[in-house]
Write a protein that binds this ligand. Structure first.
Ligand SMILES: [Zn+2]
Ligand SMILES: [Zn+2]
Length: 130
């Protein structure tokens, strides 16, 4: 009987990862089921209605984006179809991306202007002196 086989550590790690994944899935399933019991099966954005055969496309959005904030009354939840949910999150990413470059542009313009001003003043001043 061979004593050297695969390292037992990787098997243990696999089990830990699987357990973490399972407990996360269970937690998500729990708040999803609670939300589906609490609210009508309608997307909060496009008002699409869902039934037993399509409900897997209905997702729970966390209004404050904290998936650990699951108050019993469901005040942090919003039912959104997968498309609107996607939209909801990409809109925030776009907004963040839009704020970034424009702020950088403003800074660049502010630091750039004094130099072009200076160049014009030097040019004009030189001509006036001559
Ligand atoms: Zn929708
Ligand atoms: Zn969300």
């Amino acid at each position: 009987m061979p004593t050297k086989r695969g390292p037992p550590d990787s098997a243990r790690l696999d089990r830990v990862v699987a357990e973490a994944r399972r407990s996360r899935d269970e937690r998500e399933k729990t708040y999803r089921e609670r939300a589906l019991k609490l609210f009508p099966w309608i997307c909060g954005r496009c008002a699409r209605e869902f039934d037993r055969s399509t409900v897997q496309q209905l997702t729970v959005h966390h209004k404050d984006h904290n998936h650990d904030n699951n108050p019993a009354g469901g005040s942090n939840w919003e039912l959104l179809c997968v498309y609107c949910h996607d939209n909801e999150h990409s809109r925030e990413l776009e907004a963040a991306a839009r704020d970034g470059p424009s702020a950088a542009d403003a800074t660049a313009a502010a630091t750039h202007r004094p130099f072009s001003d200076l160049a014009e003043r030097l040019k004009g001043g030189g001509r006036r002196d001559a």
